[in-house]
Design a protein around this ligand. Structure first.
Ligand SMILES: Nc1nc2c(c(=O)[nH]1)N[C@H]1C(S)=C(S)[C@@H](COP(=O)(O)O)O[C@H]1N2
Ligand SMILES: [Mo]
Length: 233
């Protein structure tokens, strides 16, 4: 993967532009999960009962499109990606809000992918205008590298929030500590609860600027482990 210094357009602090859009992430040692015949997003947690939204049912929501850069916490940025799908806020208002436990205050959402990857996102960040459930990228259906059949895209946050192959959303009224991996490795790589790229919120405890070299050093081994599936340039 070649990176080069930003051109005219300034990137957020500590990010370098990359050619194309590599497949990347924490679960790359395994192939992308197969897409089910009739995919659903399961909704659970502080709800009157669990429910499932079929992907086909999303066509009831207004279509939405954004063009945005995608920033991985490891330091690469893919620029000018065109995502199509529905706004997550529209999904939330239609399928989650009406079925919440009465009197509950939602604080966090857990997004989970078919490969078991998960992110914990504060409600205020998930409801931002530019957060999409995207099923198309650059004019084509989302491929397995980038999260088929549907993924979360939250461009203002580091990529680890944007769960690919989205299959479940858990609605929480407090920080879901049962979801935070307690292994030492996970602690080293502890994400920031908000992960806002503009504020360089790379890590939960260490200043973003200081962890830059550490994350950057991970790009090569992760890419090596994933070389079978990687499409980056
Ligand atoms: N399901 C799933 N979603 C995931 C990941 C993953 O390993 N599995 N990795 C995250 C990370 S760290 C990044 S940078 C982006 C990478 O997205 P891409 O493979 O489309 O470039 O996906 C995020 N979402
Ligand atoms: Mo990432």
């Amino acid at each position: 993967m070649r990176t080069h210094p930003p051109g005219q357009k300034t990137l957020p602090p500590g990010q370098r532009r990359v050619d194309g859009f590599p497949r990347f992430g924490t679960h790359l040692h395994q192939p992308a999960p197969p897409v089910p015949d009739d995919p659903v997003i399961a909704i659970s947690g502080a709800m009157l009962g669990p429910s499932e939204v079929r992907l086909a049912d999303l066509s009831a929501l207004p279509r939405s499109e954004i063009v945005a850069d995608f920033h991985c916490v490891a330091g690469w940025t893919a620029t000018g990606l065109r995502w199509e799908g529905v706004r997550f806020a529209d999904f939330y208002r239609r399928f989650v809000e009406p079925a919440l436990e009465p009197g509950i205050t939602v604080t966090h959402l857990v997004f989970e992918g078919l490969d078991g990857a998960a992110s914990v996102v504060e409600l205020q960040d998930a409801l931002a205008d530019d957060v999409l459930l995207a099923h198309r990228l650059n004019g084509h259906p989302l491929d397995s590298d980038h999260g088929a059949p549907i993924r979360l895209v939250s461009p203002a946050q580091y990529g680890y929030m944007s769960i690919k192959h989205l299959c479940a959303v858990e609605v929480c009224s407090a920080l879901p500590t049962h979801r935070l991996d307690r292994s030492i490795f996970a602690r080293l790589l502890e994400g920031h609860p908000r992960a806002r790229v503009e504020h360089e919120e790379r890590h939960g405890r260490i200043a973003g600027r200081l962890v830059r070299p550490f994350y950057r050093a991970l790009i090569r081994p992760i890419r090596f482990l994933s070389s079978k599936g990687a499409q980056g340039t």
